[in-house]
Design a protein around this ligand. Structure first.
Ligand SMILES: NC(=O)C1=CN([C@@H]2O[C@H](COP(=O)(O)OP(=O)(O)OC[C@H]3O[C@@H](n4cnc5c(N)ncnc54)[C@H](O)[C@@H]3O)[C@@H](O)[C@H]2O)[C@@H](O)CC1
Ligand SMILES: [K+]
Length: 519
C-alpha cells in the first residue's frame, strides 16, 4: 500500500475517458465494493466539502438538482446530509423515472420532508445550488424542458457546485451537449476526466478540484495502458527540471543551445526568446540573429555568444554565419522561428536537414507549413513544434480541429508528423508520436499576449539542450516547459494583475516561481 501522500500525487497525474472510468469502476464493483457504499462515501465527502466551503448558517437554503442516474444519487446523499446539518434543502427533479438506487435515495429524502419540484422556479431563492443532473458518460443532447431550466440558471447569481462534471459536458471532449450548467466549482470524482482539461469546457467548470474516493492504484494501472493522457502536475514537472548539477562539470556539459531568430522588423522576438532560454539555466547560449540586431542582443545578454548573420534587403537572416569550426550539429539543441519572417525559408530548410534536436515556433512553423510536415519524418533527431491553434491548422489541415477535441487533434498531429507537438492554449496539450499526451492543468489568460510564446520557445530550447545527456523524453521536457511558463504567468498575475504580465515581465518571474515551487 502506497503512503497516502504518494498515492494522492499519483492520482493527480491520471486523466481518464468515460470508458476508462467505467472499466475502473467495474473492477472495484467486481471485487466486492457495493455500489451503494461507494455512492454513500462519495456523497458524504461532497457534503463535508460543501459544509467547509459554504458553512451553515451563513448559507441556509440549498437547491439540489437531481438527474435520473447515479450522479443524481450522489446529489441525493448530499441533500440528505446537508438537511441533517441544518440547511434547508429543496430538490429539483425534472425526470420522474430514476435508476433503482437513486430512486431509493429519492424516496428516503422525500420522507424526511425535503420538497421535490419538477420545475426549476422554486429554487430561485436558494443561496447555493448543487448540480447532480448528469455525470460522466453522458453523450445525449440535453433536451427540453431541462435545457431551458439550465438556461434559467445562467440568469441567477448563486454559486453552483457541479458533481463530477458540469451537467451537459461531454466527459472526453468537453463539448457542450446542447446546453450545460455553468458551475462555480466542480468536484471531479475519483480521477480527472479528460473533458475538464479541454479549452472549450473551461468557462463551464469554474474552480475544479479532485475528490478522491480511494480508487486502488492497481485498478487504475490495470485499465490505463500506455499511451496515456497525463496531467502535468508540479511534481512531474519539477522531477524533469535540471535542478542539480554534478559537482564537477563545465558549461558545454550543461547543454549548448543555438537560437536562430529575429529580423530587423521583429527584433523583440529574438530578445524574448533569448531571455526565456537564459532562465532555463542552459550552460551555453549562442544566438544567431541578423547582423543589425547584434548590438541589442549583446547589450541585453552579455553572457551569450551572439552571432551576427548576413541579412536580406529586408533585414531577415540570409545565411547562417556560424563561428569557425562550428556547424549545426555542434549544439545539443536548436530553437528557431520567432521573428524570422518567411524570407528565412533557406535557414529552416538547413536546420531541418541537420541532425540536431530542434524546436520550431512562429515563422519556423509558417515556413514548415509551406514546406510540408512530411519533411519531419526524415529527421533522426527529435523535433518539437509549438503551434497555437492558427498555426496548427496551417500545419495540420487534415487533423481534427484544435478548437474542438484538442487531445485528438494534438495526438493525431504528432502521430502523422513524427514530431512532438505542443498545442498552445488555456490548457496546453502536448503529444509525442507514440500517442502519449500531456495536459497542462493550470494557466492564466494573462499569458495571451504578444511575445509570451517566444519566451516559451527559448525556455523549451534551453531545457532540451540540457536534457540530451540525460534520458528524459522530449515530450516530458515540453510538458515541463509549458508548466513552468504558465506557473510564472500565474505568479506574475498574482503580483501585477492580469494586465500586468507583458512578455518581458514574464521572463522576470521564471526563476522566482521556480524558487517558490521547489522550496
Ligand atoms: N458508477 C459508479 O460507480 C459511481 C458513480 N458515481 C456517480 O455516478 C455518475 C455516473 O452515473 P450514471 O452512469 O448513472 O450516469 P448519470 O448520472 O449521468 O445518469 C445517466 C442516466 O441519465 C439518462 N440520460 C442521459 N442523458 C440524458 C438526457 N440528455 N436527457 C435525459 N436523460 C438522460 C440516461 O438514460 C441514464 O439513465 C458519476 O458521474 C458519479 O456522479 C459515484 O456515485 C461514484 C461511483
Ligand atoms: K453533474
Amino acid at each position: 500500500m502506497l503512503p497516502e501522500r504518494s498515492r494522492r500525487k499519483q492520482i493527480e497525474q491520471v486523466v481518464v475517458t468515460a470508458e476508462q472510468m467505467r472499466q475502473i469502476e467495474a473492477r472495484i464493483f467486481a471485487a466486492g465494493m457495493p455500489v451503494a457504499a461507494l455512492m454513500e462515501k462519495v456523497g458524504g465527502a461532497i457534503a463535508r466539502r460543501v459544509q467547509t466551503l459554504y458553512p451553515y448558517p451563513q448559507i441556509r437554503r440549498v437547491g439540489v438538482l437531481v438527474g435520473p442516474g447515479h450522479n443524481g444519487g450522489d446529489a441525493l446523499v448530499v441533500a440528505r446530509e446537508l438537511h441533517f446539518q441544518g440547511y434547508e434543502v429543496l430538490v429539483y427533479r425534472p425526470i420522474a423515472k430514476l435508476k433503482e438506487l437513486t430512486d431509493q435515495h429519492a424516496q428516503y429524502v422525500k420522507s424526511l420532508g425535503i420538497p421535490h419540484f419538477e420545475a426549476i422556479a422554486p429554487l430561485q431563492d436558494c443561496d447555493l445550488l448543487i448540480d447532480g443532473l448528469f455525470g460522466f458518460g453522458m453523450e445525449r443532447q440535453i433536451t427540453e424542458p431541462i435545457a431551458s431550466d439550465i438556461h434559467q440558471l445562467d440568469r441567477w447569481s448563486m454559486p453552483i457546485l457541479s458533481i463530477d462534471l458540469p451537467s451537459g459536458l461531454h466527459t472526453d471532449t468537453g463539448e457542450v451537449l446542447g446546453k450545460a450548467v455553468k458551475a462555480t466549482r466542480t468536484f471531479c470524482l475519483g480521477l480527472w476526466k479528460q473533458g475538464l482539461l479541454q479549452d472549450r469546457a473551461l468557462e463551464y467548470i469554474g474552480t475544479a478540484e479532485l475528490l478522491d474516493f480511494d480508487i486502488p492504484t492497481a485498478d487504475i494501472h490495470a485499465v490505463l495502458e500506455a499511451p496515456k493522457v497525463k496531467r502535468v502536475t508540479s511534481d512531474l514537472a519539477i522531477a524533469t527540471l535540471p535542478l542539480t548539477r554534478p559537482p564537477v562539470t563545465h558549461k558545454y556539459k550543461q547543454g549548448h543551445l543555438l537560437l536562430i531568430c529575429g529580423s530587423r522588423r521583429y527584433a523583440g522576438g529574438a530578445l524574448l526568446t533569448a531571455l526565456g532560454a537564459r532562465a532555463s539555466g542552459v550552460g551555453m547560449l549562442s544566438i544567431a540573429v541578423p547582423e543589425s540586431l547584434k548590438p541589442l542582443l549583446n547589450a541585453q545578454l552579455p553572457e551569450a555568444l551572439v552571432v551576427g548573420c548576413p541579412e536580406t534587403d529586408n533585414g531577415a537572416i540570409a545565411q547562417l554565419d556560424l563561428p569557425e569550426g562550428t556547424d549545426l550539429e555542434s549544439f545539443q539543441a536548436i530553437a528557431c522561428g520567432p521573428g524570422l519572417t518567411l524570407e528565412a525559408t533557406p535557414i529552416i530548410q538547413g536546420v531541418l536537414n541537420n541532425d540536431c534536436p530542434l524546436v520550431l515556433d512562429a515563422d519556423g512553423l509558417n515556413i514548415l507549413a509551406i514546406l510540408g510536415t512530411q519533411k519531419l519524418s526524415r529527421r533522426s533527431s527529435p523535433t518539437v513544434l509549438t503551434p497555437h491553434a492558427g498555426e496548427f491548422k496551417r500545419l495540420f489541415p487534415d487533423a481534427p480541429s484544435p478548437m474542438q477535441d484538442r487531445v485528438s487533434a494534438v495526438r493525431e498531429a504528432a502521430q502523422t508528423s513524427k514530431a512532438v507537438v505542443l498545442l498552445k492554449g488555456a490548457r496546453t496539450a502536448i503529444a509525442n508520436p507514440s500517442g502519449q499526451v500531456w495536459l497542462n492543468p493550470e494557466s492564466t489568460p494573462a499569458l495571451a499576449r504578444g511575445g509570451s510564446g517566444d519566451v516559451l520557445t527559448g525556455l523549451l530550447g534551453g531545457l532540451l539542450a540540457q536534457a540530451t545527456a540525460q534520458h528524459i523524453s522530449v515530450d516530458a521536457i515540453a510538458a515541463c516547459a509549458a508548466w513552468w511558463h504558465s506557473q510564472a504567468g500565474i505568479l506574475a498575475e498574482r503580483e501585477r494583475t492580469q494586465i500586468g504580465v507583458d512578455a518581458f515581465t514574464l521572463t522576470q518571474f521564471l526563476i522566482p516561481v521556480l524558487h517558490q515551487s521547489v522550496g
